[in-house]
Design a protein. Structure first.
Lengths: 126, 361
């Protein structure tokens, strides 16, 4: 199971890549494995400004559905349109083409509350 | 948590395991979609050894079975099997099951794993006055389902009987995979044809290995319970605990075809009256008109947003590529073509009542 060291994580099994004031968000390799075959990713909150931990979308897998929680407060500026046609990218490339949204971070101090790779590994017992 | 005789085999294959009805069972190996398509187009093997098996024996065996089941078991000749259910005394269903006539006075009942104790107690209650022989052999017997259009061709090398000659819902007791006296039954829960194999726990590892070996050239794969569920749901087969329960009647669940009023059985009088006046709600199959996946427990609503029923099973259909489900609606909404809506979180997604099965091969 891949848990890249250069990313931040949440206890809800999302990963966050920080690039200046932009955060790219997806779900972890562990999360995609637990969900199984992903059928689509629903995000209807583009252009909305939301608080950390609010539900910004959902992931529908064949067997189950899971909410997506915003890891950092901010404006959702982009949804990965590539997932419309190829939602399976979340299974095959969760940290790459399987990314879900980009957020314009409104409070950089929240970044400190995210988990590092070591803590995330401990959380999932990897 | 109990293991089947093959739990270690599944773990060695890298299966995702989870508790199901008190057993540690394989949920998926490679992914539900791939496994589903393998069964639809090729060949797959399931370990469903968690299922329960009771033997009902002796001169009073048929009397007991006729009393507790809804279908007419007097129609069974040796070598035939029958889908049936155990009605309860209050209008619902204790369990659904398959009844096999193995010998003149020996029947095998195959029941759901989660209901073994409940079924045993229920049947025993009626046996107090009928006195048939009853044996719970669930802990000693294993069950493999070998399913898919290539099953006959791939498995023929493992037995001396002509597999193509075993008709749907018929079975033979014969040699299979080097083991004598195995039940080879042309039944299944997938709609893609194939066999179910009953053998002893001590024999099942050999059977599994030979099945995998004989199936190798046909692309056989092990299949988990996740794909078992999507396969059965595409056929509109009921799942006990979801679509049929202690509170659903066989008539509203669309099981009128296994409810035979030509004989007396548990609660048959009340069910006959229900049949006469017509059930007030019915289990229907529906397909979503727009994107979305129905799930068990979601509300079914009408055009005004009023709740009219509940989804009992739902999934993304791998074969049809859309959301499908089963659910109870008032009889007025149960006609094929009726428009309903499924409340998926904040959105009411339009859906149409369709004829079952969803998947037509």
């Amino acid at each position: 199971m891949k848990i890249p060291a250069d990313l931040k994580y949440t206890k809800d099994h999302e990963w966050v890549r920080i690039d200046g004031d932009i955060a790219t968000v997806g779900i972890t390799d562990f999360a995609q494995g637990e969900l199984g075959d992903i059928v689509y990713v629903e995000v209807e909150t583009v252009d909305e400004t939301m608080d950390k931990d609010e539900v910004f979308g959902s992931v529908e897998a064949v067997k189950t559905v899971s909410d997506l929680f915003l890891p950092l407060s901010g404006e959702i500026i982009e949804f990965n349109e590539g997932l419309e046609d190829e939602p399976e990218k979340v299974n095959t490339d969760p940290y790459g083409d399987g990314w879900m949204v980009k957020i314009k971070i409104s409070d950089a101090s929240e970044i400190d509350s995210l988990l590092g790779d070591v803590d995330y590994k401990a959380l999932i017992g990897a | 948590m109990k293991n089947t005789a093959l739990t270690m085999t599944h773990e060695a294959l890298g299966a995702k395991m989870a508790p199901f009805a008190g057993y540690k069972m394989p949920i998926s190996y490679e992914g539900v979609t791939v496994e589903h398509e393998t069964v639809r187009n090729g060949l797959g093997v399931f370990d469903v050894s968690h299922m329960g098996e009771f033997l009902i024996e002796g001169p009073n065996a048929l009397d007991l079975i006729q009393k507790v089941t809804s279908n007419d078991a007097s129609k069974l000749t040796i070598g035939k099997a029958q889908y049936s259910c155990l009605p309860n005394e209050t209008g619902g269903i204790v369990d659904d099951l398959i009844v096999y006539r193995v010998k003149e006075e020996t029947y095998l009942l195959v029941v759901n794993a989660s209901n073994i104790q409940k079924d045993w107690d229920h049947i025993s209650k009626y046996n107090e006055t009928i006195h048939a022989g009853m044996k719970d052999i669930s802990e000693n017997y294993s069950l493999l389902a070998i399913q898919g259009p290539k099953a006959v061709e791939a498995m023929q090398a493992l037995t001396s009987v002509d597999l193509a000659e075993i008709k749907f819902y018929n079975f033979v007791v014969a040699d299979f995979a080097g083991i004598e006296h195995v039940i080879i039954s042309a039944t299944g829960y997938t709609g893609s044809g194939g066999f179910e194999i009953y053998c002893k726990n001590t024999e099942v590892k050999q059977v599994w290995d030979k099945v995998m070996e004989a199936g190798a050239d046909f692309g056989i794969k092990p299949i988990g319970l996740a794909a078992r569920d999507t396969l059965r749901l595409e056929m509109g087969y009921c799942l006990y605990g979801n679509d049929i329960t202690d509170e659903t009647s066989p008539l509203e669940a669309g099981l009128g075809w296994i409810t035979k009023f030509t004989k007396d059985f548990v609660n048959s009088e009340a069910l006959a009256k229900e049949k006469e006046r017509g059930p007030s709600r019915k289990l229907v199959g529906f397909a979503l008109d727009d994107r979305g996946i129905p799930r068990q427990g979601y509300d079914i609503v009408d055009g005004h947003g009023k709740t009219i029923g509940i989804v009992t099973s739902g999934t993304m259909s791998p074969s049809l590529g859309k959301g499908i489900g089963l659910g109870y609606v008032p009889t007025v909404f149960s006609e094929v073509g009726s428009k309903i809506k499924i409340q998926i979180r904040k959105n009411a997604i339009p859906a149409t009542v369709v004829k079952l099965p969803f998947y037509k091969g």
